[in-house]
Unconditional design. Structure first.
Length: 311
């Protein structure tokens, strides 16, 4: 389109002259945290960032032994294998630049940035979640081989990273600050952020003029509206239940997914997502999440037993 021909060359030129500096403050922390599940064959790992200030984008690279662990696809509707973006960067405000799992080498690459005019975030939260199936006898470990955080000013945010030995006899080595990436190494993520900002501006302009009709997803179902930044997890859950009652399971799945991104402790949304999920592995994870939050949930217990029996 015409706007791409105008915006992209300007952004590329701007990146060549944009200084990228490191923060002088205390480093943020990035660590891997195992989620409680009731299944020895499933491992769910949250990628958590803590004590961060002015976060606008992140690039993560994780490695694991593919002979011991297998990543479960978080979105079977897309090509390839993906992990699940976390709720720390709100779903309405973010743009996932890269979400890729190399099952042969055991490498996960995840790059995400906020869209303008979204404000940067501070504090602690989950950047992404990885679900594994254990296929070997162990020991199991997930390692952070690359962690880059960037501020709204495209400045490097220092970060320390911690690996996660899941079942191992070795003790966890003390975390050490990751080396700062040279200025040239940030051109790609910086450009991605600027592109995302430009895309966000163009999207806002388009919405202000109207599209002439309701948006439609690739499946033909009405696209999920994302203009309401104040929509809560409970509201997403109620909309998902209505879509489920109409028989629109794909829309219900997307709405339940947004609900659990907003509030990972929403057991009702996890239950609904499990009920409409198509893949047995996804159903199992959802029902296990429900039981971790609500151990007496009879529906989740029955559904989990049914999934186990079918497997």
């Amino acid at each position: 389109m015409t706007w791409r021909l105008v915006v992209l060359p300007i952004l590329v030129w701007a990146m060549a002259f944009m200084p990228l500096t490191a923060h002088a403050e205390e480093p943020a922390r990035l660590y891997l945290q195992r989620a409680p599940l009731q299944d020895d064959k499933q491992l769910v790992v949250d990628v958590v960032v803590a004590d961060v200030t002015d976060l606008f984008g992140a690039e993560l690279q994780l490695t694991y032994d593919p002979a011991q662990l297998q990543v479960l696809d978080a979105n079977p509707r897309l090509d390839g294998i993906q992990i699940a973006p976390g709720p720390f960067l709100a779903v309405e405000d973010r743009f996932v630049v890269t979400n890729r799992v190399d099952a042969q080498s055991g490498q996960i690459t995840f790059v995400v940035t906020l869209l303008g005019p979204a404000a940067p975030v501070s504090g602690s939260g989950i950047l992404a979640t990885v679900a594994f199936r254990t296929i070997g006898g162990g020991p199991y470990a997930v390692r952070v081989t690359r962690a880059q955080l960037v501020s709204s000013a495209l400045a490097v945010i220092p970060v320390t990273a911690e690996d996660l030995p899941l079942i191992t006899t070795d003790t966890l080595a003390a975390s050490a600050p990751l080396p700062l990436i040279p200025v040239a190494g940030w051109w790609a993520i910086g450009l991605a952020i600027l592109l995302a900002v430009a895309i966000g501006v163009v999207s806002l302009v388009r919405r202000s003029y109207g599209s002439g009709g309701p948006a439609v997803s690739r499946s033909g179902s009405p696209a999920v509206p994302n203009h309401s930044l104040a929509r809560s997890s409970a509201e997403y859950t109620e909309q998902a239940k209505r879509a489920m009652a109409r028989g629109d399971l794909e829309l219900a799945h997307e709405l339940f997914s947004r609900a659990v991104e907003r509030d990972p402790a929403n057991s009702e949304a996890w239950l609904g997502k499990g009920l409409v999920a198509q893949q047995a592995a996804e159903k199992r994870i959802c029902f296990q999440r429900v039981l971790a939050l609500d151990p007496d949930n009879s529906v989740a217990c029955a559904e989990l037993q049914q999934v186990a029996g079918a497997g």
